[in-house]
Design a protein around this ligand. Structure first.
Ligand code: C2E
Ligand code: CA
Ligand code: CA
Length: 760
């Protein structure tokens, strides 16, 4: 403010001139108050000259083309005020200089007319200002406050001026004086209203205040006449007051012209809660007046009453202010609540949008990136381990993300398991670094309620620059995030235009998959499971494929994640189970003893949570006449499974006689205790350990030991070379599957394989 003020002052010669006039008026007044040496007309010169300068000032503001239209309209309405005031001040000066004995109030009729009109116009312009929407109670409060200020001014006016006018003077003067006082009080009311509210942002607040103070000075200065009159009948407060008012008015106009109205798209300034000391100042002033009037004149017992009354108002004011401060605190807490997420205390979607928009609309050429972070298995955690654990996970993720960003960036929670970071000023390389930091921060598992939860997240980055639209950037980040989800584990991707197409495709694919499950586009391949000792086929694993009408044959990885995330996995598993059981019963019919003894079928952890899943399996076994011990259901270990929730289903399945295998063992979530408590029969050693170089073999050995201790069967997956087969056999593995023995085969190929085996 100080700097701005001095800059204004330095840049406007006109403003310096009106300041000088105000100072000269004060000096002249002071000299003549002590000893009237200067001719009286000289004292009125600054007032006349100052009013002319004011006209120029206000004309400039009314014509400033760079200001927004409503601003110019306001100043155009005000401009005639300056002309009227100028005429009034000339009339006043003329009157004061020509009259021989100006004792008493003495107001020139010309000045009265001009000032009366001017004040009326100011009230009109002020009250026509748009104040934004206000509630009834707000408006009531403002009227009360403005009324308080007005009443205080009225008391002063009465005490210092009106009552004197009523005593002496002619009847006409009394009415005119009363009318003028009323008008001035109305102006005070209008000004107080403006100062207490926050007129829509296009009128400079300081300019308004200046005008307000000017009107106040005008309303009050005439009341000081009885104080200065005793010194000399020619001394009027207006001699000093007028140039001061004109200077304030000029300053207001200059402030307005210098105000910066470069448009800020979308950025809404938070409305400041107006708390004004104005009414309290008014009360204090009236109290002071009361003390000064009542104390010297009254008896001691009355003084006690007066002092107590004043003390009482002071106490009430203090109480009021305290309550207001308290309210303010409460409101700011509410404000925080409205812009922050209650669980993680991070900014919420609203504040995120505000910050992003601000970054995008900040002046200058700059990069702004948005990184959207979505947890991959959160729903799973929430559903299986409960919301409390889910909440703990979210809080931990929020803390980690918050801990790895720069101060100028904002992490926000958009809802659910979605977080977003505004990377202000980050180009693609910097955004990439930030994403690396986030991934590193999320690497360690979260310990929540005794569960060790690995965090897998997908990060989508949209690279934008100043001027971009916030919503579009977020949409791009979202698309990139979905693309990153297709990559196993935690990954980040930058948005590229071709992803937008892919995103649309994905939604489309979901709909197509639904049709595929209902129609006949899915089919199963069967990979033999062999005995390592003699490569005899002892079982098979059913693996699903999708014969897509336009994309051709699709591997499970390209549609299973979609099925999991859309819930389509449940009908899909139902289809797979039915097809697999039908096939097993067909092979049994065709090959008898030589048919695979056991068929492994993959199911999703989600299936285990479906109520009635065990009953469904029982019904299918019954329908196809398959003995339960010939079915093993594989549940992958790479997704978190709640042992407690799923164990009901698992126990039910096992009591049917169906066996359960833990798939991809070694990649995921199980702990040794979990293995021990879980009702399972089989471990499938994940392909990474099967194919590991020599130095990783110990894992395969350890898994075997654990399995033996717990009485579980083992199958080694993904055996591709005779070396691997030999090593696993040596370690003690009995069964395996892999390309070395056979690729996944169609039922016919599998039938041929069985036939040749029988022939051999
Ligand atoms: P999985 O259960 O671990 O299945 C084994 C995967 O390893 C199969 O991939 C198989 O083709 C592949 N594989 C077999 N031997 C070798 C080998 O020697 N080397 C290599 N590199 N790979 C080998 P596929 O068929 O693409 O299936 C991928 C995954 O999709 C499966 O992994 C399973 O988790 C899931 N899946 C497949 N069918 C179904 C299903 O019907 N239901 C469910 N829920 N998931 C399924
Ligand atoms: Ca499997
Ligand atoms: Ca596997």
């Amino acid at each position: 403010m100080g700097a701005r003020w001095s800059r204004l002052f330095a840049s406007s010669r006109l403003l310096r001139a009106s300041a000088l006039l105000a100072v000269l008026a004060m000096i002249g007044f002071a000299i003549n108050a002590v000893h009237p040496v200067l001719p009286w007309w000289i004292l009125w010169l600054p007032s006349v000259a100052g009013s002319c300068l004011m006209v120029v000032h206000w004309r400039r503001a009314a014509r400033a083309d760079h200001l927004p239209a409503p601003t110019r309209l306001f100043w155009r309405r005000l401009f005639p005020v300056s002309v009227l005031v100028c005429l009034g001040s000339v009339a006043q000066a003329y009157d004061m200089i020509t009259v021989a004995d100006p004792s008493g109030e003495h107001i020139s009729p010309g000045q009265m007319l001009c000032d009366g009109l001017a004040i009326g116009l100011i009230i009109y312009a002020l009250l026509r200002l748009p104040f934004g929407r206000q509630s009834g109670s707000e408006l009531f409060r403002i009227v009360l406050d403005a009324g308080t200020v007005m009443l205080a001014c009225a008391i002063f006016a009465w005490h210092f001026s009106t009552r004197h006018a009523l005593h002496g003077g002619d009847q006409g003067m009394i009415y005119v004086s009363l009318a003028l006082t009323t008008l001035a009080l109305l102006a005070v009311f209008a000004v107080a209203k403006v100062m207490l509210t926050r007129p829509a942002g296009f009128i400079d607040r300081t300019a308004l205040r200046m005008i307000g103070v000017g009107v106040l000075v005008g309303a009050l200065s005439s009341t000081l006449r009885p104080l200065v009159e005793p010194m000399n009948a020619h001394l009027f407060p207006g001699i000093v007051g007028m140039p001061l008012i004109f200077f304030l008015a000029g300053w207001a106009a200059e402030r307005q012209r210098a105000a910066d109205y470069t448009p800020r798209r979308g950025v809404r300034e938070r409305p400041r809660r107006s708390f004004s000391f104005l009414p309290y100042v008014a009360i204090a002033a009236v109290d002071a007046l009361l003390l000064s009037v009542a104390l010297p004149e009254s008896a001691p017992d009355r003084r006690v009453v007066v002092i107590s009354a004043v003390a009482l108002t002071a106490l009430v004011v203090v109480r009021q202010v305290t309550a207001f401060v308290d309210n303010g605190r409460l409101l700011s807490r509410l404000d925080h609540g409205a812009t922050h997420d209650a669980l993680t205390q991070l900014p919420n979607r609203r504040l995120f949008h505000e910050r992003l928009t601000k970054a995008l609309t900040a002046p200058g050429e700059r990069s702004v990136a948005v990184a959207l972070i979505d947890l991959d298995d959160f729903k799973e955690v929430n559903d299986t381990l409960g919301h409390e654990v889910g909440d703990l996970l979210l809080i931990a993720v929020a803390e980690r993300l918050n801990g790895c960003i720069r101060a100028e960036d904002t992490v926000a929670r958009l809802g659910g398991d979605e977080f977003v970071v505004v990377l202000d000023g980050a180009d693609p390389a910097a955004a990439d670094l930030a994403a690396q930091r986030m991934m590193a921060a999320l690497r360690a598992p979260v310990l929540a309620d005794g569960h060790e939860l690995p965090i897998r997240a997908s990060i989508g980055i949209a690279d934008g620059r100043a001027g971009d639209e916030a919503g579009r950037l977020l949409r791009h980040a979202d698309i990139a995030m979905y693309a990153a989800k297709a990559i196993a584990g935690t990954a980040s991707l930058h948005f590229t235009p071709d992803m937008a197409q892919a995103g649309a495709d994905n939604a489309h694919l979901g709909a197509e998959l639904r049709d595929a499950i209902d129609g006949d586009q899915l089919y199963l391949l069967y990979q033999p499971i062999v005995a390592l000792s003699d490569r005899r086929v002892i079982g098979a694993e059913a693996l699903v494929r999708w014969r897509h009408p336009t994309h051709g044959t699709m591997p499970p990885q390209s549609f299973l994640p979609l099925a999991e995330s859309t819930g389509l996995i449940v009908p899909l598993s139902r289809w797979v189970l039915r097809a697999a059981f039908r096939q097993l019963s067909a092979w049994t019919a065709a090959h008898g003893e030589d048919a695979p003894a056991v068929l492994n079928v993959n199911v999703s952890p989600r299936d285990l949570r479906e109520p009635g899943f065990a009953a469904l399996v029982a019904a299918l076994l019954d329908e196809y006449g398959v003995p339960p011990h010939r079915i093993t259901l594989e549940v992958t270990e790479s997704m978190p499974v709640d042992p407690h929730e799923s164990s009901t289903t698992l126990t039910a399945l096992r009591s049917l006689g169906v066996r359960v295998a833990l798939d991809d063992f070694g990649t995921g979530h199980s702990t040794l205790t979990m293995l021990h408590d879980w009702p399972i029969d089989q471990l499938k050693l994940d392909i990474t350990f099967t194919q590991a170089e020599v130095n990783r073999v110990p894992v395969a050995a350890t898994v075997l030991q654990v399995a033996d201790t717990l009485g579980l069967q083992t199958i080694a997956e993904g055996v591709e070379t005779p070396d691997q087969a030999a090593r696993l056999h040596e370690l003690g593995y009995r069964s395996a599957q892999g390309f070395l023995f056979a690729h996944p085969l169609s039922p016919e190929e599998f039938g041929d394989l069985l036939a040749t085996a029988r022939a051999a």
